[in-house]
Design a protein around this ligand. Structure first.
Ligand code: PRP
Length: 215
């Protein structure tokens, strides 16, 4: 589909789920018509306003699409950016999707006691590895795909490195934070070539978003 400038619309990849909803709410506040996104059904590419379209993808894939330039912009959590890295430009902290990375485990456990090698379960092995490397601690890391809290409960690991938002999941499963690692929030990322070739459009949108966030 081409817009009135004979170019494809500016394409933004959104992380499906909460970040998608928060981004759509932000675009609507700015004045973009997001009706198609609300009525998407199972469609994955939706027009927003006259000259933009959103692509709905999994977090890690948002980075892949932006890196490869098939999407100009992306909205993805800092957690995914830290875990995956990649060649793209991080334009803006969108200030939503706020949570924290934490080391957590069974309530009352003294994680740092003793000199045995600890096993850490996580969806984020690179982040966990970097965290323990800084501490000069040798750990075994087990990659888990979701509900990481199960690992210490079932005796698979001594602790987890995971995202904590409200803390409810930890609390309701008899776990607690041992140490906070770093804050996380949603970021607007851009393809490096798009930043040059579609600079005006991107700067316009960036300005609109920044002004809205300042309100
Ligand atoms: C995330 C995270 C925790 C939970 C934290 O899981 O991995 O499990 O949310 O939120 P809380 O502090 O508000 O309880 P998610 O819902 O993404 O599911 P997953 O565990 O299957 O990845």
């Amino acid at each position: 589909m081409e817009n009135r400038n004979n170019k494809r619309p500016l394409r933004i990849a959104l992380t499906k789920g909460r970040l998608e909803k928060d981004t759509v709410a932000l675009l609507e506040k700015i004045g973009y018509d997001c009706t198609a996104v609300h009525e998407k059904g199972r469609r994955l590419i939706l027009p927003v306003g006259d000259d933009m379209e959103v692509v709905l993808a999994k977090a890690a894939d948002v980075i892949t699409y932006v890196e490869n330039g098939v999407c100009d912009l992306g909205v993805v959590g800092k957690d995914t950016i830290m875990e995956q890295n990649g060649k793209f430009f991080e334009l803006l902290d969108l200030r939503f999707g706020r949570c924290r990375f934490a080391l957590a485990g069974k309530k009352g456990d003294n994680f740092y006691e003793g000199s045995h090698i600890r096993t850490i379960a996580t969806k984020y092995p690179n982040i966990a590895r970097a965290f323990f490397e800084k501490k000069n601690m040798d750990v075994d890391i087990v990659k888990i795909e979701g509900s990481v809290e199960l690992a210490p409960l079932l005796g698979l690991s001594h602790a987890i490195v995971d995202i904590v938002e409200t803390g409810t999941t930890l609390k309701e499963n008899g776990l607690e934070v041992f140490e906070f690692i770093c804050p996380i929030s949603a970021r607007l990322i851009a393809n490096t070539v798009s930043l040059k070739l579609r600079r005006e459009e991107i700067e316009k949108l960036l300005g609109e978003i920044e002004r809205e966030l300042e309100k």
